[in-house]
Design a protein around this ligand. Structure first.
Ligand code: PPS
Length: 305
């Protein structure tokens, strides 16, 4: 995802589209793999909260919800810095700036951290300390579309090619952080053994207040009606799109070119219908059935109106 954290130190020439390198069969950014030992040895602390997602599943949305709940609905406190500084992204290790691991190490507790790692690649210390984890999953069709546009605009991500090529890579898991199918299923299974709150983008869209209450309850934090309503308002798509502390507009265009596609793009359920052919949709459905067979995990690709 390129250099996110130390803007001042960014050199435009250091931003190139990364290569993918496999770790235990999962394609990851080459820079992540170069720093693998330090990531795998990451020292989680018992009071860490980890936000885990497949890329583009609603990470930034849940991050801002969590920050609002943790700060009693104080919008000023949530504006203390861009979201990527408030919550270190441990997978990131771009050249010439502190890695996500180093940023997390420098942060006092309690920390909220972000990862896109598939469950089997999560540093073991998170399991050893029984850290709370919030996972957000999004239906594969909208997730694929969002990821495609993100790879077009983020100049640090591997070149996505055209939509047809990207979707093919998505379906076989030959993209950064691997197969969507394995990711959502792996984390779903892990929920049986660990304290993981597993949320869905579509549920958050359908009834944000209901999902925000679940988050507060999971974190063991009070949530008055005033704070709940303020959090709903503050984390609406339109509000977040206009908020520089969450819309990634603080990053330079040579890294994230929002003229190509904005980070806060559409924020809807069902935009996939504008991209998928009927044949592509059926191909995904077939793979979905095979890959999620025997699991009680289900997704909604549209909401009732
Ligand atoms: S990242 O880069 O993986 O951290 O991206 P991530 O934040 O997971 O995903 C970005 C997509 O989430 C949408 N988004 C929202 N949708 C609805 N409501 C709110 N508040 C919201 N915030 C972010 C964002 O628009 C991206 O989805 P698409 O479909 O591309 O619009």
């Amino acid at each position: 995802m390129g250099n996110e954290s130390r803007l001042a130190d960014l050199d435009p020439k250091s931003i190139t589209r990364e290569k993918l390198v496999e770790t235990e069969g999962i394609p990851l950014l080459e820079s992540t793999v170069k720093n693998w030992d330090s990531l795998w040895g990451f020292k989680a602390r018992p009071d860490d909260l980890l936000i885990s997602t497949y890329p583009k599943a609603g990470t930034t949305w849940i991050q801002e919800i969590v920050d609002m709940i943790q700060h009693g609905g104080d919008r000023q406190k949530c504006a203390r810095g861009p979201i990527y500084q408030r919550h270190p992204f441990i997978d990131l290790s771009p050249p010439n700036v502190p890695t996500g691991v180093e940023e997390a190490e420098a942060m006092p507790s309690p920390r909220t951290l972000k990862t896109h790692l598939p469950v089997q690649l999560l540093p073991p210390s998170f399991w050893e300390h029984n850290c709370k984890i919030i996972y957000v999953a999004r239906n594969p069709k909208d997730n694929a579309v969002s990821y495609f546009h993100f790879c077009r605009m983020n100049q640090g991500m591997p070149e996505p090619g055209n939509w047809d090529q990207f979707l093919e890579d998505f379906l076989v898991g030959k993209i950064t952080w691997g197969s969507w199918f394995d990711h959502v299923r792996g984390w779903w299974e892990a929920k049986k053994r660990h304290p993981i709150l597993y949320l869905f983008f579509e549920d958050m869209k359908e009834d944000p207040a209901r999902e925000i209450r679940k988050v507060a309850q999971f974190l063991g934090l009070q949530l008055s009606d005033v704070v709940l309503n303020r959090t709903v308002e503050h984390t609406k798509f339109e509000t977040m799109k206009a908020n520089a502390m969450v819309n990634y507009s603080t990053l330079p265009a040579f890294l994230m070119d929002q003229a190509v596609s904005p980070f806060m793009r559409k924020g809807t359920v069902g935009d996939w219908k504008e991209h998928f052919t009927v044949a592509q949709s059926e191909r995904l459905d077939d793979i979905y059935i095979q890959k999620l067979q025997g699991s009680d995990l289900t997704f909604r690709t549209q909401l009732e109106t």
